[in-house]
Ligand binder design. Sequence first.
Ligand code: URA
Length: 209
Amino acid sequence: MNNAHLIDHPLINHKLSIMRKKETPPPHFRALLREISMLMGYEVTRDLQLKPIEIETPVAKATASELDGRKMCIFSILRAGEGLSQGLLDLIPTAKVGHVGLYRDPNDLHAVEYYFKSPPHLDERFNLVVDPMLATGNSAITALDRIKRAGAKNITFLCLLAAPEGIKALNEAHPDVQIYTAAIDEKLNEKSYIVPGLGDAGDRIFGTL
Ligand code: URA
């Protein structure tokens, strides 16, 4: 079963095209990623549960609604996940933020954990794990393994670009996790970069090219 959802919206597609261009500089790239993450955040939070609350407007008493239960946890996969989490925090300032630090082993490209920090009560939260690029899926799979070990049950994965190989791998390893992406590109190249992609997302966000 394929749990990938393509968020296909003209504003996102337009902004993403600018991000893909190699001449787009880091400040512009970061700003666009922040804007896109807000637009995508609107879509991935569509099923959050509400509960009724009684309020008083300047005119009358009314029944309104607010988010039910514990708020979200945004899990940023370091370091490129930071580019997506900023816009999501603009949208949902009360969300807690967890971090998973992974690096790719240069020999076999498998993901190695070097940092993990999360808020408590993950089992009661909607956990949104973010990384702009779903390439081989190795980092995402390792991060999700770790976040589940820490107690998370309700998990969604959000990326900007996905390769078909990454979607397949993530689906196989974590069939309970829904994947949201703004584009599904053609393939991976021999260095596991997404083609056409946008290059190394971390380098483009932080100017470390
Ligand atoms: N990570 C990136 O930043 N870019 C890719 O194309 C693949 C993985």
